[in-house]
Design a protein around this ligand. Sequence first.
Ligand code: UTP
Length: 415
Amino acid sequence: MDEKLDKVRNILKKYNQEHLLIWYNKLIEQKREELCDQILNINFEYMQQLFNQIKQKKEFKGCEIKPLPYIDKQKISKEEREKLEKIGIEKIKQGKYAVVTMAGGQGTRLGHNGPKGTFELNVGEKTPIFTLLAKTIREAEEKYDATIPWYIMTSRENNRSTVGFFIRHNYFGKGEENVKFFIQNELPMVDTNGKILVDEEGMVKQAADGHGGIFEAMRKNGIIDDMKSRGIEWIFIAGVDNVLAKMVDPLLVGLTISNNHLAAGKSVVKRNPKEKVGIFCRKDNRPSVIEYTEITPDMAEKKNENGELLFGESHILCNLFNIKAIEQIAVKNLPYHSAFKKAKYIDEHGVIVVPEEPNAYKFEAFLFDAFEMLEDMTIMRVKREEEFAPVKNAEGEDSPETAEKLYIEYMKNRK
Ligand code: UTP
């Protein structure tokens, strides 16, 4: 251990992060070992690089940005639709389709004590979000007489309670072998001086590395291999918090296959130029999504000849990937974006600080940055009221209240 500790000390000295051992003497032996391992696993050069990038604003100047062509689901003829659906149904029936739910986020805006998927919505009776999602998948399994494996990405923080929830619900009758969990990667949080934070327990303060961490996490946790061994070809990936996500959609599969694409995304029409959603576009001839924080007012307001917003296809984090695309993406690095957050920590005097204002940076990769690694992708515009009911905030817009209403309404109207 002494040797290990010396190694740790040397590294920390080199990178001016010696405060990370401030709580070391108060830790039990096992935690000391864990802390040393945490530190040895940090790529300090890379963390420095990420910190230096924080102030650099993403620039689109010089990039050619065009709208990305989309297909409006409502405008597909009945014959065409049946033909495409048949292609998709065949894949599902052959067991070549899986669903991945990304549930590694912290859900800070919702403020629920536990994984977001365990939050109960009042949709006639109080039902946890995971139960609503399971119902969607179970109905599809019944409809297509198929098994649809369900993979759930968690974080170190919420993995145990997520798995426990599924055990208590008997894996929603899917069988333990068809529900798999995997934990995403984490990155240290840093303060405004580039110092890595120490958490309330004296360990390195880490946070999940964003939904873009999914590809690497799938690779490292053997999920891609598991899918391949089952013969899975098409994978639908969505967030845990859209209770109307149509996770099993043969039309999208058929459309993507007939377009000869390896990935697809669903879009809904952006409500107005100021709506806080990312939009699909083609950047330097590659599919891409521009975040609402990064779009210029000029671009956001621009209309096409039909009077619609030129960049009006909102990305709703409902995407389909061929396993080949996932394999390609999973060996490359996605860029990290920084977010300024409130984070409890132990300061250099050993005092626990509970900040009232944001004080630290968290680094996150975004799933949609992977689109730029593809030559093209299929975009299908769907109806918001049929496929998008996000639970983000505790109240107001995109809250449990709005999602409950949308869900109840959809269930009432669906054929
Ligand atoms: P959001 O970006 O809305 O984050 O995630 P969040 O964690 O749910 O909520 P806030 O921002 O802390 O309030 C969109 C989806 O991506 C997943 C989330 O669980 C959600 O389903 N996600 C996000 C991850 O799986 N991992 C992450 O690191 C971040």
